[in-house]
Design a protein around this ligand. Structure first.
Ligand code: NAD
Length: 350
């Protein structure tokens, strides 16, 4: 039996995780042993830290980790090094998952939920963001100086860190439409100038891939103006964080998008891209589809169980085709249902 560490987390995390585990149980009966692990605000309450050593150890010993989301106002007053999000950063670096893959694809039945002009949405939107996940400004030194009158965050990248994420992105492009957009801020930042140099070096081994470089400010405009032009986007940690939230709105809702974080081995960390959504927690309004699709990504990337992953994605598509919608993707004329009903509709079609 394959062992999966499951981290429900805080807010809507436990609701969406329950849905994904039930879907996995139905799609792949008796394949997985689920081991529940504490992380986030609930771990601070119980153990005083956002990621207890025991939790990280369990995740490292598992074949894959499935995460809901962490955080919430209750823990906002924690010192910076003990906030729930710190647990997540520690987990990502502890598992050495440096490549975050975030697909942004518009499901045909959800075209009307796309906030862009109809002629833009109808061109088809299907791209993948490959975000560097364990380097850059989120992992640099953060400090207040001069009696709290100034502050500094350090952004640093090495050639090796850029090269390994570039390889993931070029290989992803090779398996798709062979168009790679590298996003940086090379007109201002030294890390971006190094980024561009390394991307161009790696490109010499992938001559079939058409490579474009965009500054991040321009990329954020082009994503709205012509999203169908994009195939694979590769970028550093913070730019990827911001652009993938933008992408989530283009395809309908942040509740729809899964992500896979991968390292040199196939172990992987799988999660929806949304946070703990305290504004809707406990109200059965959370869309579980992002987490369910993250579980499908886990089947593909960590276990090569492609037919089972297809089955899950087809069930999601079918339920959307039949007009079922959680509040975040509801439009007039469709059928409004709760998060748990969405989960059960998907399971009943597996
Ligand atoms: P968020 O993603 O939690 O919520 C943003 C908006 O999207 C909210 O209106 C929310 O209701 C909605 N939303 C999110 N997921 C949804 C879903 N599945 N279905 C329907 N609607 C959904 O972002 P936020 O409000 O900026 O952050 C809330 C907390 O989550 C904070 O503590 C933040 O630090 C944390 N956070 C955690 C992660 C993570 O665990 N990976 C990521 C981002 C934010």
């Amino acid at each position: 039996m394959k062992k999966i560490s499951v981290i429900p987390g805080d807010g809507i995390g436990p609701e969406v995780i329950k849905a994904a585990v039930k879907v996995l149980d139905k799609a792949c009966p008796k394949e997985f042993e689920f081991v529940y692990v504490s992380m986030g605000g609930n771990a601070i309450d119980k153990f005083g830290v956002p990621l207890p050593d025991e939790s990280l150890k369990t995740c490292k010993e598992s074949d894959a980790t499935l995460l809901g989301a962490v955080g919430g106002a209750k823990w906002d007053s924690q010192p910076p090094e003990n906030r729930p999000e710190k647990g997540l950063l520690k987990l990502r670096s502890g598992l050495e998952v440096f490549a975050n893959i975030r697909p942004a694809k518009i499901f045909a039945p959800l075209a009307s939920a796309c906030p862009l002009r109809k002629d833009i949405a109808e061109k088809g939107i299907d791209f993948v963001i490959v975000r560097e996940l364990t380097g850059g400004i989120y992992f640099g030194k953060h400090e207040f100086l001069d009696n709290n009158n100034s502050a500094r965050d350090v952004m640093q990248y090495s050639r090796d860190e850029i090269k390994r994420i570039a390889l993931v992105a070029f290989n992803a492009a090779m398996s798709r439409r062979k168009i790679l957009t590298s996003v940086d801020k090379a007109n201002v930042l030294s890390t971006s100038r190094l980024w561009r140099e390394v991307i161009n070096d790696v490109a010499k081994d992938f001559l079939e891939v058409k490579i474009n470089h965009l500054y991040v400010d321009n990329a954020s405009m082009q994503l709205i103006k012509a999203p169908s032009d994009f195939d694979v986007i590769v970028t550093e940690n913070m730019f990827g964080d911001i652009l993938s939230d933008e992408a989530s709105q283009i395809v309908g809702s942040i509740g729809m998008i899964p992500s896979a974080s991968l390292g040199e081995n196939n172990r992987g960390l799988y999660e929806p891209i949304h946070g703990s959504a305290p504004d809707i927690a406990g109200q059965d309004k959370a869309n579980p589809i992002g987490t369910i699709l993250a579980a499908a990504m886990m089947l593909r990337y960590s276990f090569k169980m492609h037919s089972e992953a297809d089955k899950i994605e087809n069930s999601v598509n079918q339920v959307l085709n039949e007009g079922f919608r959680t509040p975040d993707i509801y439009t007039e004329g469709t059928k409004l249902i709760s998060g748990s009903k969405m989960r059960d509709e998907i399971i009943s079609r597996l």
